[in-house]
Design a protein around this ligand. Sequence first.
Ligand code: SF4
Ligand code: SF4
Length: 418
Amino acid sequence: MQTSFSLAQLTDPDIKEADAILRACVHCGFCTATCPTYVLLGDELDSPRGRIYLIKNMLENDQPATPEVVKHIDRCLSCLACMTTCPSGVHYMHLVDHGRRRIAETYDRPLADRLVRGLLAAVLPQPVLFRLALIGARFARPLAPLLPGRLAAMLRLAPSRLPGRSPVDRPQIFPAEGERVKRVALLAGCAQQVLAPQINEATIRLLTRHGCEVVVAAGAGCCGALVHHLGEEGPALAAARANIDAWQQVGDAGGLDAVVINASGCGTQIKDYGFMLRGDETHAQSAKRISGLARDVSEAARARRLHRARRARRSSLLRLGGDLQYPPARAGDAAARPQDRQYRERASGSHRDRQYRLHDPARRRHRAADRPHGRAARLGNGRSASAVSDRICGRLARRCSQTPSRSAKATARRSSVR
Ligand code: SF4
Ligand code: SF4
């Protein structure tokens, strides 16, 4: 995309960054297919491409935000689905954050808007306040029809039952089961620990069972994304600095291999601390280091090879073939688990045939179709995996026997020229 920032404007590092992002966009519109607001509303200005145009015009003309720009930028969920589909690697996240900062600086929101946003910014990042607000909302729900639109909607969203406070969310250290292989800090978070405390509990169980010492650091709290997405840069940076200091202390006390996050939005925010605090003399280096250590729980599990452990168990059962042995079923557990049913099915007579096919060089390239989780299983069309594999191999063999390869054609052409 062509931009027309003046040289004076480009001396601002934020504008320079925005210019580079805007220039990467080629207007292809691939991102619109994955944008939930565009899919729902069908308005180009509610698509990533439309918002990029709005932000570009606002920044280039050095104008204050207009109500139209505010409306469409406010509707962006910051889900970043558009970034996953963009073939040009446009960093929409940094651009929309810049747009929100400009809106916060230049747009005078109506009073009701300011009150609601202020309420969200004050309550959501504080677990104690959020819990109290949810308890209050439960009692206030009958009044919802009398309240203005957004407040009524918030009351209706409040859950009717709230889980109790989990003991794992207090600052403490959970020792590894067996030999300690890693020391990680867990972001206990804010709203999630009130609404679904079982997520942190399960994460700690998973990590400690796989040799990780898990530290819930004193002083760490909300990642800052909630206020950041409301355009409030000051509180967002303060939250980032508090977390960085807390994890820095954990690292100084006994080393730190990773900061594990089990909410994807918080993970994205923490991985961006290095960028957010790039101009902060005291925190720039440590922010970069913490961003480098940030891992989603699935990434941490992958690093600990949990997926390999599961796969190894599966393949060892596969190798046993017809003599497949099963671990004794625990009452109400193993017998009912679908994966165990799968192991039993693999013990059928066809299993040895499949092993033969897997080691046949002619078919090795088509192993994916041969796996129980492979193509046929995903298609769910009733055909067996081996039938699909046979069909693909047959087609390839026919094509190879009938069609001369490209190199054969080129050789023929060369000899005819000679
Ligand atoms: S997919 Fe990327 S390059 Fe294409 S319009 Fe969207 S942001 Fe621009
Ligand atoms: S972040 Fe999500 S809602 Fe916002 S433009 Fe991208 S896909 Fe659409």
